[in-house]
Design a protein around this ligand. Structure first.
Ligand SMILES: [Cu+2]
Ligand SMILES: [Zn+2]
Length: 191
């Protein structure tokens, strides 16, 4: 009798485990059956911006899709007061201290560098952020020229956000003569 007890104990625990998992499974089923229509949540991509070239720049870029429109909001902190160019660069790679690992301007349409919305411009030519005395600044842009998470040529996911030391003059080729890269963030799909 005593010999059998441990085995019986194991069997009992197994039974208990099985019944717990069955109970959990049926709970899930019940929850899934509760008829809240599944509204697909808005697609989002984000980039956490960190320092490059010995700056202490920090910030966040958020892309939010609404229909075929994508709104980008970028906020930065700890930047020097003045005008700073911000672009989407080819690669979401911020591994090099100078930010050059992010490559050149993201330019899937193969056109000249320029000012957003005027003539030719790269799909990465976001523009300039004005940073105040408190070291913060922001920029918003809404467009139907980008996509989020589609894997197409115009998908922003996997690209990089770069903040520059200087202003974009919107004319110098290939990148607006905006100077050193002082902030970098890789754009990733938000779950
Ligand atoms: Cu740039
Ligand atoms: Zn450009």
């Amino acid at each position: 009798m005593k010999k059998n007890l441990p085995i019986f104990g194991i069997k009992a625990s197994l039974l208990l485990l099985i019944s717990i998992s069955l109970a959990l499974t049926s709970c899930e089923r019940v929850q899934n059956q509760v008829g809240v229509p599944s509204t697909p949540s808005a697609k989002q991509a984000i980039a956490t911006i960190g320092p490059a070239s010995d700056s202490s720049v920090a910030g966040m870029a958020v892309f939010t899709q609404n229909g075929d429109q994508i709104t980008l909001t970028i906020e930065i902190q700890n930047a020097s007061p003045g005008i700073h160019a911000v672009h989407i660069h080819e690669k979401g790679d911020c591994s090099s201290p100078d930010g050059k690992s992010a490559g050149g301007h993201w330019n899937p349409t193969g056109v000249a560098h320029g000012k957003w919305g005027e003539g030719e411009f790269h799909l990465g030519d976001i523009g300039n952020i004005t940073v105040g005395e408190d070291g913060t600044g922001s920029i918003d842009l809404t467009t139907d020229l980008w996509e989020i998470g589609t894997g197409s040529d115009v998908d922003v996911v996997g690209r990089g956000i770069i903040v520059h030391a200087g202003a974009d003059d919107f004319t110098s080729q290939p990148s607006g003569a905006a100077g050193a890269r002082i902030g970098c963030g890789a754009i990733a799909l938000a779950e």
